[in-house]
Design a protein around this ligand. Structure first.
Ligand SMILES: Nc1ncnc2c1ncn2[C@@H]1O[C@H](COP(=O)(O)OP(=O)(O)OP(=O)(O)O)[C@@H](O)[C@H]1O
Ligand SMILES: [Mg+2]
Length: 245
C-alpha cells in the first residue's frame, strides 16, 4: 500500500504560545518501501509519524499557505484525513501497525494479553472459541519473536529489548500493510537492536508492507530505501544514507 502525504502543518498551542512543529511536510512512500526519518530531538519526527498513522490530525488551516492546497494523508485508496469515528478506528485496526517511542504497553496486562488484545480489537472483542484463537495467534507470534518463555510476564518484568519485541508483536499481529515505528531500536544495544531490525526486514519481505521508521541510528537508516531529514518543520534532505550523521 503506497503512502502519500502533502502539506502537513502542525502547531501546538501551549500556555498561549504557539509551537510550530511541522511547516508543510510532503512525503511519498511507494508500496513496499521503507523510509527512515531522521532529525534532531524535538524536530517533529514523532508528531509526523502520528499524523501519517492516523493517530492525530494535521492542522486544517495553514495560514499564509493557501496556495499550497489542503493537507492530505492518503494510504492506498484511503483518504485518511477524511476518516472519522468508527471508520478511522477500522482503518487503524486493519491497516496500520504502530510501534511507539516508549512502547506504550499496558502495565497491568501480561505479555500475551498485550498482544492478543490488539487482535481482539481488530476482530471486535472476541469471546469463547474466537478469543482462544486470538490468544493462540498472539502466543505463536510472540514465540516466533523469541518471547515464548515470557508470555505471563508483565511489561515491568521485561528487559528493554523484550518490551520492544512485545511492542513489535502487538503492531504486527493483525498483519498491517503499513507499519510506523518510532525509534524501534532507540534504547537497545546494537545486537538487540539488530534483532528487532531483522524482524522488521523479515516482515517486510513476507508481506510487502510499507514502512516509515523514525530513528537516530545509522544502522536503521542504512537498511532503509530512502532517508529523509526533518529540520525546522520541513523535510530538507531527501537523499541516500551517506547523508545521515
Ligand atoms: N502535545 C503537545 N503540546 C505542545 N507541544 C508539543 C506537544 N507534543 C510535542 N510538542 C512539541 O513539539 C516538538 C516536536 O515534538 P516531537 O515529539 O514530534 O519531536 P521528536 O522529533 O520526535 O523528538 P525526539 O527525537 O526527542 O523524540 C517538541 O518541541 C515538543 O516539545
Ligand atoms: Mg520522538
Amino acid at each position: 500500500m503506497d503512502l502519500h502525504a502533502a502539506n502537513l502543518f502542525k502547531t501546538y498551542t501551549l500556555h498561549r504560545k504557539r509551537v510550530e512543529v511541522l511547516r508543510g511536510v510532503s512525503l511519498e512512500v511507494p508500496s513496499g518501501a521503507c523510509v527512515a526519518v531522521v532529525g534532531k530531538s524535538g524536530s517533529g519526527k514523532s508528531t509526523l509519524l502520528h499524523l501519517l498513522g492516523g493517530l492525530d490530525r494535521p492542522d486544517k488551516a495553514n495560514p499564509g499557505q493557501a496556495d499550497l492546497g489542503p493537507a492530505q494523508v492518503r494510504a492506498g485508496e484511503t483518504d485518511v484525513t477524511r476518516l472519522r469515528g468508527s471508520a478511522l478506528d477500522r482503518y487503524r485496526a486493519q491497516s496500520v501497525g504502530f510501534v511507539f517511542q516508549l512502547y506504550h504497553l499496558l502495565p497491568e496486562l501480561s505479555v500475551l494479553q498485550n498482544v492478543a488484545i490488539a487482535a481482539m480489537v481488530r476482530h471486535g472483542l472476541a469471546f469463547g472459541a474466537q478469543r482462544g484463537a486470538q490468544m493462540a495467534k498472539a502466543a505463536a507470534l510472540l514465540t516466533s519473536f523469541g518471547m515464548g518463555h515470557r508470555l505471563e510476564h508483565r511489561p515491568a518484568e521485561l528487559s528493554g529489548g523484550e518490551r520492544q519485541r512485545v511492542a513489535l508483536a502487538r503492531a504486527l499481529i493483525n498483519r498491517p500493510l503499513l507499519l510506523f515505528a518510532d525509534e524501534p531500536t532507540g534504547n537497545l544495544d546494537p545486537s538487540t537492536g539488530g534483532q528487532i531490525l531483522d524482524l522488521l526486514d523479515a516482515y517486510r519481505r513476507e508481506t510487502g508492507a510499507t514502512m516509515v521508521i523514525v530513528t537516530h541510528s545509522i544502522e536503521v537508516a542504512s537498511r532503509a530505501d530512502r532517508v529523509v531529514r526533518l529540520v525546522d518543520g520541513r523535510i530538507v534532505v531527501d537523499q541516500t544514507v551517506q547523508a545521515v550523521g
